[in-house]
Design a protein. Structure first.
Length: 448
């Protein structure tokens, strides 16, 4: 084979990878709108209002005969969706590994979630139970889709370019979320001009996120390629693989200690993200337009915060910077407890605080964990990391919901989340990171 033919082959392969990368970015563009517009902004306050409309004289709804305070229903639904996702992710991941056919599974997850989200258009009146079912399905499907989407990264990018490719996908997601939120803000604020009621405007915003998700998922489905499954005997069921990974992690107890700390404080982060809009609307009496602007502020400042914390990590090390961010999270929640009602400016300050620590704390946690993974175990360990990212995220919403159920106060519910950051801080501070990196068989960076 001539040199020219080899060069042409390499050029074709490079062009194909670039095409797949561009397609990969678009799944973040497609599904991030669900996370921002639906989960973070609209569905919490709206589903809570629907549940309150259906509640009895004591303020309780009765799904399947179980008495639930209407204000806790959304938090419980989020918890249930995460539990479903934790069960589904290793099973779907095992099927993807066995067959090598990730794309059909990604399509199934994406369009299940998109259909459930679009169906939220019919959430009206006292149909709180319909809303709960659609939320559970959409949220679980989003988690499974994200797992499959992330698993393509090693296929489409060489090790030295994965940070850049991953960052571009992240940027695409924030770009889509901000774009659609601006459109949502216009529609919601000027609903009278469009001949819509406020409720109709919210339902259209919810459904449009599902249509967006479904439409733009076509791009990665057309451009990504599946690889053949590994040799016979390599694949195992998702649950068996997860058990094997956890068993292997026991040989690296310091890596497992970091994962436990991350699992705890990340649950607090995820709960703040999903419950902040409920707190703002129900406890502080803020309008939907205020909440949308606050989330836009978080989106923009999360990028700036991640870059700033990245620079701090180069000076002070990732572990110390993450510990500092957990202190900032604790202070932010404490400040949120004392926020006066009907004061949008103070809520915007709170949103700015969340945005500045949000992106950096999660980005640095991922990069720090990468140093703790034994060579040759990257995919296996990051699968457990992804599961940890989702796996304990039911406990925070559950604590939030139970606290409100017992106290009837969203202020008590929001301050209860401080426990995740305090416990996470103590667990992370006890991890000897340099020793953990050396024990994993990796070179220890000068600053960590």
């Amino acid at each position: 084979m001539g040199t020219g033919t080899v060069r042409a082959g390499v050029a074709d392969e490079t062009a194909d990878l670039r095409r797949q990368q561009r397609g990969w970015y678009f799944y973040d563009w497609a599904c991030s709108v669900y996370s921002t517009s639906v989960l973070t902004v609209f569905i919490g306050p709206y589903l809570t209002s629907v549940a309150e409309h259906a509640a009895d004289a004591d303020g309780y709804v009765h799904p399947l005969g179980v008495p639930v305070r209407a204000g806790s229903f959304f938090a419980y639904a989020v918890s249930l969706s995460v539990i479903l996702a934790v069960v589904a992710m290793p099973l779907v991941g095992g099927a993807a590994d066995r067959t090598g056919r990730k794309k059909p599974l990604l399509a199934a997850a994406a369009y299940t979630g998109a259909a459930a989200t679009t169906g939220m258009f019919f959430l009206d009146g006292d149909r709180y139970l319909l809303g709960g079912v659609l939320l559970v399905v959409a949220n679980a499907a989003a988690a499974v889709g994200a797992m499959l989407y992330n698993s393509y990264l090693p296929q489409i990018a060489a090790p030295e370019e994965r940070d850049a490719v991953s960052s571009r996908g992240w940027a695409f997601g924030y770009g889509a979320g901000s774009t659609v939120l601006v459109a949502n803000l216009v529609l919601y604020s000027a609903h009278d001009s469009f001949g819509l009621t406020q409720t109709q405007a919210v339902r259209i915003c919810l459904a449009s996120a599902g249509l967006w998700w479904g439409a733009f998922t076509l791009v990665p489905l057309r451009r990504l390629r599946d690889r053949r499954a590994g040799a016979a005997g390599t694949p195992s069921t998702g649950l068996r693989q997860l058990t094997s990974t956890v068993r292997d992690m026991r040989r690296h107890p310091l890596t497992l200690s970091f994962l436990l700390a991350y699992l705890v404080y990340n649950d607090g982060i995820q709960t703040v993200i999903s419950q902040a809009s409920v707190y703002g609307s129900q406890e502080l009496g803020l309008g939907q337009s205020t909440l949308i602007v606050a989330v836009l502020l978080v989106q923009v400042l999360a990028v700036a915060g991640a870059l700033t914390m990245g620079r701090l990590a180069r000076t002070y090390g990732a572990q110390r910077t993450i510990l500092g961010s957990l202190v900032a999270w604790t202070i932010t929640l404490a400040a949120g407890y004392f926020l006066p009602a009907k004061a949008p400016v103070f809520f915007f300050v709170l949103a700015a605080g969340i945005g500045l620590v949000l992106g950096g704390s999660q980005a640095l946690s991922r990069s720090l964990f990468s140093h703790l993974v034994p060579p040759g175990k990257e995919a296996e360990y990051f699968s457990a990391y992804e599961l940890s990212d989702r796996g304990m995220s039911w406990l925070g919403p559950l604590l939030f919901g139970v606290t409100y159920q017992l106290t009837g106060s969203y202020r008590s519910a929001i301050i209860s989340l401080v426990a995740f950051f305090v416990i996470g801080f103590m667990l992370l501070a006890r991890v000897p990171v340099r020793r953990a990196i050396a024990a994993a068989g990796n070179p220890v960076p000068e600053k960590i």
